[in-house]
Design a protein around this ligand. Structure first.
Ligand SMILES: CCCCCCCCCCCCC/C=C/[C@@H](O)[C@H](COP(=O)(O)O)NC(=O)CCCCCCCCCCCCCCC
Ligand SMILES: Nc1ncnc2c1ncn2[C@@H]1O[C@H](COP(=O)(O)OP(=O)(O)O)[C@@H](O)[C@H]1O
Ligand SMILES: [Ca+2]
Length: 555
């Protein structure tokens, strides 16, 4: 609960013709109606309001003339002198208001006062408080993917986001991308990052992926770290990233803010929120492939993505179409998963607790894992493999999913791993073994209900900090020889089927869905980099903050 603290200003001002005691402290702006009428009046504004100063978007001067307001564009004085009307000074405060389902809106309240100097004092005091907040961005670099989702990125930015940035006094440099990887390459090589306090991505998870690839790469080069090495500790990126959702799944935005609403995201950027995020690096034979922050999925989600890429024209519905198709196809894949369980951390993937704003588990585990990664070279690379810390599971899988965050999205509001944490330095490795279609459907359906999707005999989940996958047919020669007799027939068929997919037999390989991009290799080595990037977000807020909670009148 935010206490009002020492008052900087206190005046009697009017709001919609009612008298209010208005006060400003470093943390709160409060307006409380004077001599409230004992008779309940449905159209009277409520008695006491307060807004954290950190959630004030901006303040502007107004002129109120006989009830009709006029914006202060410098001409008001002349009008008043010329017409000699009964004018009062007014100023309007724009602030964050919480709506349902984690949505934020920009609300405003206009205060009028008879004294011009009092009014100006209020405006300058609020502006001073806003200016003293160093976490707010002033200059942003914006990338818009005009083809993401329903092709609305440009319109969403121009109509819903840009006006808010202008009101908040944020200057922007906007780049509408012209081709895939335009944003990534611009960030890698050209962008003058020193000029900006953050990067804004208008698009879906794929566009966000471009941004982090550009930014992480650039940061490593600037810090002298080899971004290709799977063993090196990567340097965290200092610039925060804002996501304006305009894609098909928007799971990163949904899982870090609680909704995929462009205005809510814009407001989180304006107030200068900060949410650290884990990033997985994916390597093949010591060669860097990609980074991932949400889902790395082999089998079902890899196949859904590969199939849906050919149906981009369908828009976001392509995932549902390919989802049903791949569910019916029911392919399973053989391979070996090995993983390093996360040691010493609090929490498991089966917890009832959820990662929420100010998550203490992220704070605790994040610190542990960050310290660990600093002494990583001596520790993990050398001893853990020989000390037998790695665990290995061989089998036939319908899906192998690594969820570094919950992956909540409108299709599944609780996500693939509901208890996963945004910034704890771990990923939840979910193995769905070969089972009947009926059982797989039960598992899928549980993503949309309260039932536990892991509470099934063919599903297991482990919280890990590193894992590897080797498809069966890439295994070492000795491994293959062992299995040769039993599986020789199947291997031959698999090969035939890969070449002739129409024959109806199962293919040997799926592909990895890496945050919505298809990976070119199936044998991969994945390592979690704790809190490598930061977003303009604060995690999902636990409860709507009711007015009473921040209401000093109620204390
Ligand atoms: C029967 C209903 C089952 C619902 C199961 C839903 C689980 C959804 C979990 C989704 C996790 C998404 C993780 C995020 C991935 C994104 O990075 C990535 C890229 O996003 P972008 O296009 O915005 O750039 N998106 C994706 O890979 C899309 C994955 C979507 C999977 C949809 C699966 C639908 C399954 C429908 C099965 C229906 C069976 C019905 C049988 C009669
Ligand atoms: N101007 C562009 N033309 C074509 N593709 C682009 C452009 N800008 C970005 N992309 C690519 O479009 C893909 C999908 O973008 P995304 O914004 O995630 O939308 P969606 O959620 O619909 O997949 C990403 O792989 C991204 O690299
Ligand atoms: Ca995590």
């Amino acid at each position: 609960m935010e206490r009002p603290g020492r008052l900087l200003l206190q005046s009697e001002l009017r709001v919609r013709n009612a008298a209010y005691d208005v006060s400003l402290s470093r943390s709160l702006l409060t307006w409380k109606r004077r001599a409230a009428s004992p008779v309940y009046h449905p159209f009277r504004p409520s008695v006491c309001h307060s807004v954290p100063v950190s959630e004030i978007i901006s303040v502007r001067e107004e002129e109120e003339e006989n009830g009709s307001r006029q914006r202060d564009d410098g001409s008001w004085k002349k009008i008043r002198e010329r017409e000699g009307k009964d004018c009062r000074q007014a100023f309007t405060v724009l602030y964050v208001e919480r709506c349902q389902q984690h949505r934020w809106r920009c609300a405003e309240v206009t205060f009028t006062c008879s004294d011009e100097t009092v009014c100006q004092h209020w405006v300058s005091s609020i502006r001073e408080q806003l200016a003293s907040n160093t976490s707010r961005p002033k200059h942003l670099l914006v990338y818009i993917n005009p083809y993401g989702g329903k092709h609305q990125g440009k319109r969403i930015y121009e109509q819903k986001v840009a006006p808010l940035f202008t009101q908040a006094g944020i200057s922007t440099s906007v780049i509408v991308t012209e081709y895939a990887n335009h944003a990534r390459d611009h960030l890698k090589m050209e962008a003058e990052l020193k000029k900006f306090d953050g990067v804004v991505c208008v698009g879906g998870d794929g566009m966000f992926s471009e941004i982090i690839h550009g930014l992480i790469w650039r940061t490593q080069i600037d810090c002298g770290v080899d971004p290709n090495s799977p063993e090196e500790a990567l340097s965290p990126c200092s610039l925060r990233i804002g996501i304006i959702p305009a894609g098909s799944t928007d799971c990163i935005c949904f899982a870090t803010v609680g909704t995929n609403d462009p205005v809510t995201s814009a407001l989180h950027i304006i107030v200068g929120d900060s949410q650290p995020l884990d990033v997985c690096s994916v390597h093949h034979n010591n060669m860097f492939l990609r980074y991932s922050v949400s889902l790395l999925g082999y089998g079902f989600y890899g196949d859904v993505l590969s199939d849906s890429e050919r149906k981009r024209w369908m828009g976001p519905a392509r995932y549902d179409f390919s989802g049903v198709k791949m569910f019916l196809t029911h392919h399973y894949y053989e391979g070996t998963v090995s993983y390093l369980p996360a040691r010493g951390i609090i929490g498991t993937p089966r917890d009832a607790t959820r990662c929420r704003s100010g998550c203490v588990i992220c704070q605790h585990n994040g610190q542990l894992n960050s310290e660990r990664s600093e002494k990583y070279e001596m520790d993990e690379a050398s001893d853990s493999e020989s000390s037998g810390e790695w665990r290995t599971i061989r089998g036939k899988f319908l899906a192998i999913n690594a969820a570094s965050m919950s992956c909540a999205c409108p299709r599944s509001p609780k996500g693939l791993s509901p208890a996963a944490h945004l910034a704890d330095g771990t990923t939840d490795l979910i193995l769905v073994r070969k089972c009947s279609r009926f059982n797989f459907l039960r598992h899928l359906l549980r993503h949309t209900s309260k039932d536990d999707q892991f509470d099934l005999t063919f599903v297991e989940v482990h919280r890990v900090r590193r894992f590897r996958f080797m498809p069966r047919h890439c295994q070492s020669d000795s491994d293959l020889e062992l299995d040769l007799h039993e599986n020789s027939k199947r291997q031959i068929f698999s090969q035939i089927c890969k070449d002739h997919p129409a024959c109806g037999c199962a293919p040997a390989y799926s592909s990895w869905n890496c945050d919505g991009e298809i990976l070119t290799h199936t044998a991969i080595d994945v390592r979690v980099h704790c809190q490598l990037i930061k977003l303009f977000a604060r995690g999902i807020e636990e409860l709507p903050v009711f007015e009473d909670l921040t209401n000093p009148c109620a204390i």
